[in-house]
Design a protein around this ligand. Structure first.
Ligand SMILES: Cc1ncc(COP(=O)(O)O)c(C=O)c1O
Length: 399
């Protein structure tokens, strides 16, 4: 029973994007340094996200890897990571041989600062957080913990493009932040990502690992790193210039899009919370989320059917975007995170993860479904359609 307000398309491939890609085809499809489309895109990104050093890379996963490598995380270091996140937040740490310490989440899916602090040891180097579905983590408490224990605070902001904490842009006041620009993300280059940091040395190390020769020679100023500039230190992580051309025009509509997404989220929240048994995940007072998605919590005691059946009914009636996330889940469910010693490279022997039960993460996953957060002219049609369907299913299966 789908209609025109069932499936939203994002990004919108406007003439502006098509022209940008076409122009880029003629300008350059491989750029060795940080000139051309990289310079324009990184310049815009730095302005909008209020960051000092930023580098475009070829995925969110490699943005996270660049951040961890940039931070100097290595064998023997412990890193506190969220148990509830997409696996790419933590998987790149395997390549560096760090030991992962998983922290359970609180009531809104974001890491609980108290569990983070309880995991700090003399070997802890960094705390990694993910702003789940675009709702900022409790940054005051996390900043305070990291300051008191002299730890780096590193963010996976893949869901949180444009989110703010106490009026400050997420990604602008920690030690480093990584964003995915993959096809579904708020700003997207199809495949791609960004890494930003206020620390010059961290940035230069990230340049070295993924942007050898011309860019590294131009940008690496630290004396002890300069010798590696020609070869870099191993990888090529450059964003494809055509991907950069896809996202470039989106930058100028970003603020308007955020206004519209925020309006949608507030209208959906208001409508959903009139229904007994459904509510949107808690938003901390100082947070202004980016609304990558709208996480809705389902109270099974109020309905005659469970979460999965509820979402199936929503889908059947045309709310096809209602979704229970699959691969974003408590990470110890994945083989990589509980049996890393099975991997053949010997450095992964170093990684040990206790097989623990992350109660809050499991509860959150078992009671949550998500919706897209629409923008543009059609958003009101989507809001009406989805609220009508959600109300109908809730009434049909009310206890
Ligand atoms: C929270 C989070 N971190 C990291 C990633 C990885 O990004 P990418 O798919 O661009 O490598 C994603 C994206 O899917 C994500 O949702």
């Amino acid at each position: 029973m789908t209609n025109q307000y069932s499936k939203f398309s994002h990004p919108k491939f406007s003439d502006e994007i098509k022209n940008s890609v076409q122009n880029q085809l003629f300008e350059d499809i491989s750029i060795y340094d940080n000139s051309g489309i990289y310079e324009r895109l990184e310049g815009e990104f730095k302005k909008k996200f209020n960051v000092e050093n930023a580098i475009a890379v070829n995925s969110g996963t490699t943005a996270l890897f660049s951040m961890f490598y940039g931070a100097g995380i290595a064998r023997g270091d412990e890193v506190i990571v969220p148990s509830y996140t997409f696996f790419a937040t933590c998987a790149p740490l395997h390549q560096l041989g760090a030991e992962l310490k998983f922290a359970d989440c609180g009531d809104n899916g974001n890491v609980d600062p108290k569990t983070v602090e309880a995991l700090v040891t003399s070997k802890t180097k960094a705390v990694v957080v993910t702003h789940m579905w675009g709702i900022p983590c409790d940054m005051d408490e996390l900043m305070d913990i990291c300051k008191r224990h002299n730890l780096l605070l590193l963010e996976d902001s893949s869901h949180a493009h444009g989110a703010t904490w106490d009026g400050k842009m997420i990604g602008s006041f920690s030690d480093g932040s990584a964003w995915s620009f993959q096809g579904k993300k708020i700003l997207t280059s199809g495949e791609g990502g960004f890494f930003a940091t206020k620390h010059r040395r961290m940035y230069e190390r990230a340049v070295l690992v993924g942007h050898f020769n011309k860019r590294a020679k131009k940008e690496v100023r630290n004396e002890d790193l300069k010798d590696f500039a020609i070869t870099g230190t191993g990888l090529n992580l450059r964003m494809h210039p055509l991907g950069a051309a896809v996202v470039m025009p989106q930058m100028s509509h970003f603020e308007q899009m955020m206004i519209e997404k925020r309006e949608t989220a507030m209208l959906m929240k208001k409508g959903i919370e009139l229904i007994d048994g459904l509510k949107v995940a808690r938003i901390p007072e100082k947070a202004d989320p980016a609304w990558y998605a709208l996480p809705v919590l389902f109270d099974k005691t109020k309905f005659t059917i469970g979460l999965r059946e509820f979402v199936t009914k929503l889908n059947e009636l045309g709310a096809v975007e209602a979704d229970i996330p699959g691969s974003t889940c408590p990470l110890n469910g994945y083989f990589l995170f509980h049996s890393p010693h099975k991997i053949s490279q010997d450095y992964s022997e170093k990684i040990r993860v206790e097989k623990r039960h992350f109660e809050n993460a499991i509860n959150f996953q078992n009671s949550m479904f998500k919706l897209d957060v629409w923008y543009g002219e059609e958003r009101h049609g989507f809001i009406d359609n989805y609220l009508t369907i959600i109300n109908k299913v809730a009434e049909l299966y009310r206890k």
